[in-house]
Write a protein that binds this ligand. Structure first.
Ligand code: HBI
Ligand code: FE
Length: 287
């Protein structure tokens, strides 16, 4: 089997960026991007946030192979000032926050191998560029991501990164939003997953709870399965407004509170849907 991620040993700069070496992608790798793209575009209309779908066109993301990050960044920069920088894998939190604070999104340069076509844990180019990058062409959301990066750098020394990571997880990765036509997806982890694109909106299993910043920061999450609770925002402006404030008083407040398990509802939740958790009960029985 070929090395899963041939960029892993690539020489990297101090900020962990590497050379995308766009000409080194094989025909099969470009074709795999196209197949992943086509599959999602059959599922996302009517499920993904309309603004997200519009930015795919704006950025000329399509089934024409793995994008060249330089060309993609020139289009993205013209809209919100952000650029996409190639990295080999997850980068240390402080490096990640530094990039976001400077309007650079670190995107995996590798594409998942055929044997992980349906799911992989590491962020590959399809998850990052198809899931995250279009959201950075939405000005309000892009401002939120920049504020998140700056907040992360400030939080470094406070020992509260796990609270910030939960905020990222339940919004940027697995967030839903209200729209006039019902719930819509904006989280990259859902946008890049065919099964979770349907599960997050249509399954009776998960809880769906209106966004509450402290509640998110208290809630644990699982990384290798669907979410048991999805949090719903009213708008990206709400996300920006709530997160633009200085977090220090919030950290004090949340540090005195217990963690919450993702399968539990808690008094004070504004519950849109009390889930059956049937999907998770079945899974635990099939151990
Ligand atoms: N690195 N390349 C990359 N991509 C991520 O999404 C990422 C990361 N490092 C850390 C991280 N995400 C999370 O821990 C954030 O919540 C900080
Ligand atoms: Fe991600």
């Amino acid at each position: 089997m070929t090395a899963k991620n041939r960029y892993r040993d690539a020489p990297k700069n101090a900020d962990y960026t590497i050379d995308q070496r766009w000409h080194s992608y094989s025909h099969e790798e470009h074709a795999r991007w196209d197949r992943l793209f086509q599959r999602q575009m059959k599922i996302l209309p009517g499920r993904a946030c309309e603004t997200y779908l519009a930015t795919l066109q704006l950025l000329e993301l399509s089934q024409s192979g793995i994008p060249n990050f330089e060309e993609l960044s020139n289009r993205l920069e013209a809209v919100t000032g952000w650029r996409v920088v190639p990295v080999a894998d997850l980068v240390p939190d402080d490096v990640f926050f530094e990039h976001l604070a400077n309007k650079r999104f670190p995107a995996g340069a590798f594409i998942r191998p055929e044997e992980e076509f349906d799911y992989l844990q590491e962020p590959d180019v399809f998850h990052d560029v198809f899931g995250h990058v279009p959201m950075l062409a939405i000005p309000t959301f892009a401002k939120f991501m920049e504020a998140y990066g700056k907040g992360g750098l400030r939080a470094e020394g406070l020992g509260v990164l796990h609270h910030l990571a939960r905020l990222y997880w339940y919004t940027v990765e697995f967030g839903l939003r209200q729209s006039e036509d019902g719930l819509r997806i904006y989280g990259a982890g859902i946008l890049s997953s065919p099964a979770e694109s349907k599960f997050s909106l249509e399954s009776a299993s998960p809880h769906r709870v209106r966004f509450d910043l402290i509640r998110l920061m208290r809630t644990n999450y699982i990384i290798d399965n669907f979410q048991q609770t999805y949090f719903v925002i009213d708008s990206y402006q709400q996300l920006l407004d709530e997160c633009y404030a200085d977090f220090s008083p919030l950290y004090q407040q949340v540090q005195g509170m217990s963690d919450l398990e993702p399968d539990r509802l808690t008094p004070g939740d504004d519950v849109l849907n009390k889930g059956t958790l049937a999907y998770f009960h079945e899974k635990s029985e099939t151990v």
